[in-house]
Design a binder for this molecule. Structure first.
Ligand code: NAP
Length: 349
């Protein structure tokens, strides 16, 4: 008898706790995460106050799956591989309050459509500035000193003996280095270039930035002056309708034949066919690209057949601590937006 009563009591307690759990879960806002492979610390933060569902594969979520999964969610944790447009917002429904991307670039999100619907947008500026500036320098040095090309020679038998003019590149010393874009990342790249003793650092932006430029003794120049006078051009601007394919055949025509072109911004800033032609014809000396169109670059892309190109798989911010913090910032942006509080980094549009 006593056993029966105790067992009944235990079952009642279990049932009650299940019910309260369900009630608690259903009162939490629902968040969809398009990448299961973001650092767990961000997901753990989200789980404290939200019901979190994630895409199950370690690859970009296909569009049709995103359109299905976002239905009924209050927030979306996304990446630059996800195109967030009116169709996605429609599929989500009116309860969607926030989109947070684990990137500083947000050209993949239709921010005007978000604004129109009162959906807040979070992103991750600043935290990735140093990592991206560091990678830009690594890519620049790999390109101008032909590191990968030389490394291949070691393994394919091309290294016969030390040779005076073999594998010579073009150093930064006494050269004119241009930054197209002089925001957070551009300024940090400039600071890292100064110790290499260039003759002049220039920058090209919509508006001059005299205070920031004074720190690295950089001079503001127009687009055409940058093209015709620079030995190195480093692209570190935002991708916008104005910067889309601004580096086209006419731009490459104006560059010096020994110009080295580096892009760690976005592939869309470059007309890639024109760049490929400029590299094949040696119209310019070399290019280092962390970003391309499309990504990943197909294995049969002509760029991958050229010795004067270094291509990296979009790893600008791929530093362990940086990526962990990007995951946490994205989570904190969502939590703040869902509470109606100030977000750590909100796109103001
Ligand atoms: P930011 O501080 O907003 O700087 C953007 C710069 O772009 C500003 O100097 C801006 O100049 C310039 N710009 C915008 N439109 C321009 C135009 N029409 N002509 C000339 N300059 C223009 O951004 P950030 O944090 O430095 O990041 C820059 C970009 O880097 C991001 O948008 C992202 O796409 C890319 N990124 C890539 C990686 C990677 O993994 N490879 C990592 C992080 C970031 P004004 O101030 O005059 O407008």
């Amino acid at each position: 008898m006593l056993y029966k009563r105790t067992s009944h009591l235990i079952q009642t307690v279990i049932r009650y706790s299940q019910l309260t759990n369900i009630a608690r879960m259903s009162s939490k806002p629902s968040v969809y995460v398009t990448r299961p492979d973001v650092d767990e610390s961000g997901l753990d933060l989200l789980r404290e106050s939200c019901n979190v569902t994630t895409w199950s594969k370690a690859s970009a979520i296909p569009r049709e799956d995103l359109l299905r999964e976002i239905k009924g969610k209050e927030a979306l944790f996304c990446a630059l591989t996800d195109r967030i447009d009116a169709a996605v917002l429609d599929a989500a429904g009116d309860q969607l309050k926030c989109i947070a991307t684990i990137s500083v670039g947000y050209e993949h999100i239709d921010v005007h459509e978000c604004k129109r619907r009162g959906i807040r947008v979070g992103y991750t500026p600043d935290v990735l500035t140093d990592a991206t500036a560091e990678l830009t320098l690594a890519l620049l040095l790999a390109t101008n000193r032909r590191l990968f090309e030389a490394n291949r020679e070691v393994y394919n038998g091309g290294w016969k003996s030390w040779s005076p003019m073999w594998m010579c590149g073009k150093g930064l010393k006494n050269s004119r280095v241009a930054l197209y874009g002089f925001g957070r990342i551009g300024q940090e790249i400039a600071a890292r270039i100064v110790p290499f003793k260039p003759s002049q650092i220039t920058y090209t932006t919509r508006s001059p930035k005299p205070e920031e430029a004074a720190k690295v003794n950089a001079k503001h120049v127009g687009f055409d002056e940058m093209l015709s006078l620079s030995d190195f051009i480093i692209v570190c601007c935002a991708l916008t309708p104005e910067t889309k394919e601004v580096f086209n055949s006419s731009a490459f025509e104006k560059m010096k034949p020994h110009c080295i072109f580096i892009n760690t911004a976005r592939g869309g800033v470059v007309d890639q066919k024109a760049l490929t032609e400029a590299l094949i014809s040696k119209r310019i000396m070399a290019a280092g690209l962390d970003v391309t169109t499309p990504e990943p670059l197909p294995l049969n892309d002509p760029l991958l057949k050229l010795d004067n190109v270094v291509v990296l798989p979009h790893i600008g911010s791929a530093d362990i601590e940086t990526r962990k913090e990007m995951s946490r910032i994205t989570a904190r942006n969502i939590i703040a937006a869902l509470k109606g509080c100030e977000m750590e980094s909100e796109v103001n549009f």
